[in-house]
Design a protein around this ligand. Structure first.
Ligand SMILES: Cc1ncc(COP(=O)(O)O)c(C=O)c1O
Length: 445
């Protein structure tokens, strides 16, 4: 039977848990505080690109992820990324707590962590906390804006065929329902010419254009789009820009306002490694009032960004787990993470390029890609390649048979080891050699 003092100390612990991700009591500090301090002291003098090749440093990061010892090698972190163990533990802890007395612990204890969390997300985004809404994923963040803007029949929106499916569908729904005009540009990626991309958007503008929708990192093959240049050009024409940052936030080292867009939505469960089912919306302060919330709110035209958070009952453990993911991310440092992941992508891609019959479908130049690249083997469809990599080599990737693209998408993360990528390159070599023989036999050579 629990005593009064047990209950008091439990309540005190509960309060610490709610604010825990932001304090010395965080699981991060308990588990990694000293380790990260030692690592920082040891590698302080290294630039991010010098640190990118220090395997000793990165092995500590790898060990923090249970995914690094999984039987299947996950090379689809672009789809959704695993969390480090400390983030998983935080979610479990908060979940256990929630189940002690859901409405009390979720609304009155854990929810108290929302404002500190908003501040910490804002700090990473380089934004005002009053511009940050916390939600469940990039689809929710961006659909909020897509459906929330007043547009009339005949108003035009410019996107491209390589934007994400859920966003294209949202625009098509508005087209079908309200008669807006949704135009989509076509591109042949990879492209190493920002001006060419900006010009393509510019040429599609008419006096009816109200919005440009642009994907920061194209999910299909990892092309980084020149978002800031597109925004500057759009603003010169009085056009607003919605930026899909699902693959960029928590990976590329940038501040959201520096992109100069008007709206930005992202998943936090991709490169930030936050709990699965977490996302974020940023809206430039002066634009908040004109966006209708997706779900009901008593003051739909208010300037308060919290109007986008009327989700009803949701997973507070997942939300509060974001704090530990921020601790882990900041413990590494944004630029270091970007450089390491880009190094890992180039590590496998440069080796793969030397294998006859293997083609890489993504620019390897730093301004145009980071984590994601596409690869194909002559004589194999994307699905054949994905299936063979999985069934014979236990490597998980994703097939991209889409419009002009025919490849599999490969996306390592900070917990991926170079030796994992060696295994992947060996698999590509074996498959390419088998298909080279097959191709020759078929040709009767
Ligand atoms: C470019 C892009 N935008 C948005 C999304 C949707 O993300 P979420 O599943 O978090 O809604 C994805 C998912 O992969 C994506 O690749």
């Amino acid at each position: 039977m629990s005593t009064k003092s047990d209950r008091r100390s439990f309540l005190k612990n509960a309060t610490l848990l709610a604010g825990g991700a932001f304090s010395a009591q965080s699981i991060f500090n308990q588990a990694y505080g000293a380790i990260f301090e030692d690592l920082s002291a040891k590698y302080n003098a290294f630039s991010p690109s010098e640190l990118a090749v220090q395997e000793d440093y990165w092995s500590t990061i790898q060990q923090a992820y249970s995914a690094s010892s999984a039987p299947v090698l996950n090379l689809n972190n672009g789809g959704v990324s695993p969390s480090p163990m400390l983030v998983q533990q935080a979610v479990e802890r908060y979940n256990q707590l929630s189940n002690q007395g859901p409405s009390y612990y979720m609304w009155r204890i854990l929810d108290q962590g929302r404002e500190p969390l908003r501040e910490r997300l804002a700090a990473l985004a380089g934004a005002d906390p009053e511009e940050i809404a916390i939600n469940r994923n990039a689809t929710e963040a961006l659909n909020t804006v897509i459906y929330g803007l007043d547009l009339s029949s005949g108003d035009e929106v410019i996107g491209c065929h390589y934007d994400y499916g859920n966003m294209m569908q949202a625009w098509r729904q508005r087209q079908e329902r309200e008669g807006i005009v949704y135009k989509q540009l076509d591109f042949e990626f990879p492209i190493e010419d920002d001006d060419f991309i900006v010009q393509a958007y510019k040429e599609a503008i008419t006096d009816k254009t109200k919005i440009i929708h642009v994907t920061h990192v194209i999910n299909w093959i990892g092309q980084i789009m020149p978002v800031q240049k597109i925004c500057r050009m759009a603003h010169e024409h009085g056009i607003e820009v919605i930026v899909d940052g699902a693959h960029s936030f928590g990976l590329l080292d940038f501040k959201i306002p520096d992109l100069e867009g008007d709206y930005f939505g992202t998943s936090l469960h991709k490169y930030l490694s936050a709990p699965i089912g977490s996302g974020m919306l940023w809206i430039k302060k002066e634009k908040i009032s004109k966006v209708w919330p997706l779900l009901c709110n008593g003051q739909p035209k208010s300037e308060n960004i919290r109007k986008f958070e009327s989700l009803g009952t949701r997973s507070f453990p997942i939300e509060q787990g974001i704090g530990e993911a921020l601790n882990f991310h900041n413990g590494i440092g944004a630029k270091r993470k970007e450089e390491r992941v880009r190094y890992l992508k180039n590590y496998w891609a440069e080796k793969a390029l030397k294998i006859p019959g293997v083609k890489v479908h993504t620019s390897l130049k730093a301004p145009y890609s980071c984590a994601i690249a596409g690869v194909s083997v002559a004589g194999m469809t994307p699905k054949d390649l994905e299936t063979n990599l999985f069934s014979r080599f236990q490597i998980h990737t994703v097939a991209i048979p889409y419009r002009s693209l025919s490849c599999v998408r490969v996306s390592p993360h900070v917990y991926t080891r170079p030796s994992d990528l060696d295994k992947f390159v060996r698999a590509l070599g074996i498959l390419a050699a088998e298909h080279a023989t097959q191709n020759m036999e078929e040709k009767g050579a």
